[in-house]
Write a protein that binds this ligand. Structure first.
Ligand code: NAP
Length: 284
């Protein structure tokens, strides 16, 4: 008996991808449109969204459409409208809560604005994205949500506290969502990328002392690609993973087996002794 594999298993479904115009979000969109899904790319930079949409249309298959919507995930109104736009595009069943950014700095020099900015985008932005999408997903009989966490979710990264805290919070948000909304056939999982070259990691990629430290912590000895992450996200969004919910899966070359990165040399270069509050050392 022979069975034919459906070449476009996601045809007829719509995915909302926050931060879908670049980097990892765009990598997720590439995997989805090749499997037939319509994607709604949501971010602030409309020009970049349109350029990415043009690229995606050239590889889209199985009736996939590529749509864009201007969206700032820190604004509840904006997120509500983006979710409505995804729902208007068809059977809205998939969400990638990907928008996010980070920054380096010591705790005692982190401004409240910096803290609120990172938490507001990475954690509150994901909360709003989930809050305003789940009613649509439930109305379509369920769906799958994937949040882009980080190795920084479970492992400390000294001098990156707001980012680490935002990703740790994001992972609990995902577990809460999975537990509460499984009864509506809504699944929620997180992916923890290791170091992937994107606009966000340009600074790390060009500083050898930091890049080499990352690589030394990866048993597989190479940085990731947006395709490495996109393929895992695609798996978690589709029926192939229909019994998986509430998990946080690493895609990081094995980095999670070792320690978090050491960005202290960069902090020392920029801040010198001021990278720590003045006082006697516990090692003295
Ligand atoms: P990126 O290319 O800079 O992507 C970040 C995206 O988020 C951009 O498209 C940006 O678009 C969007 N964004 C930022 N603030 C937003 C807001 N307020 N509203 C809507 N969209 C917003 O960097 P990336 O590396 O792909 O990052 C994507 C996600 O992966 C982030 O959550 C990041 O923490 C996570 N991650 C990355 C790595 C890595 O090594 N690259 C590792 C672990 C986790 P606009 O500026 O146009 O809004």
């Amino acid at each position: 008996m022979s069975s034919t594999r459906n070449p476009h298993p996601l045809t007829g479904q719509v995915a909302l991808i926050t931060g879908g115009g670049s980097g990892i979000g765009l990598g997720c969109a590439r995997e989805l449109v090749q499997d037939g899904a319509t994607v709604m790319l949501a971010a602030r930079n409309v020009e970049r969204l349109e350029a990415s949409a043009t690229e995606l249309r050239s590889i889209a298959e199985g009736g996939a459409q590529v749509l864009t919507v201007a969206c700032d995930v820190t604004s509840e109104q904006s997120v509500t409208e983006a979710c409505a736009a995804a729902n208007n595009a068809g059977k809205f069943t998939m969400v990638v809560a990907n928008a996010g950014y980070g920054g380096g700095g010591p705790i005692h020099l982190t401004s409240l604005d910096d803290w609120n900015g990172i938490l507001g985008t990475n954690l509150t932005g994901a909360f709003l994205t989930i809050k305003h999408s789940v009613s649509h997903l439930a109305a379509h009989g369920g769906g799958s949500i994937v949040a882009i966490s980080s190795i920084a979710g479970p492992v400390t990264h000294r001098f990156m506290t707001p980012y680490d805290v935002s990703k740790a919070g994001l992972e609990m948000l995902i577990r809460q969502t999975a537990d509460e909304l499984g009864c509506r056939n809504i699944r929620a999982n997180a992916v923890r990328p290791g170091l992937v070259p994107t606009d966000a990691t340009e600074g790390i990629m060009t500083l050898d002392v930091i890049l080499n430290d990352y690589l030394e912590q990866m048993p597989l000895g190479r940085v990731g690609s947006t395709e490495d992450i996109g393929k895992l996200v695609r798996f978690l969004l589709g029926d192939e993973s229909s019994w998986i919910t509430g998990t946080c899966i690493s895609a990081d070359g094995g980095h999670h087996l070792r320690r978090g990165p050491n960005i202290e040399p960069a902090m020392e270069m920029v801040l010198g002794d001021a990278r720590y509050p003045a006082g006697p050392s516990s090692n003295a």
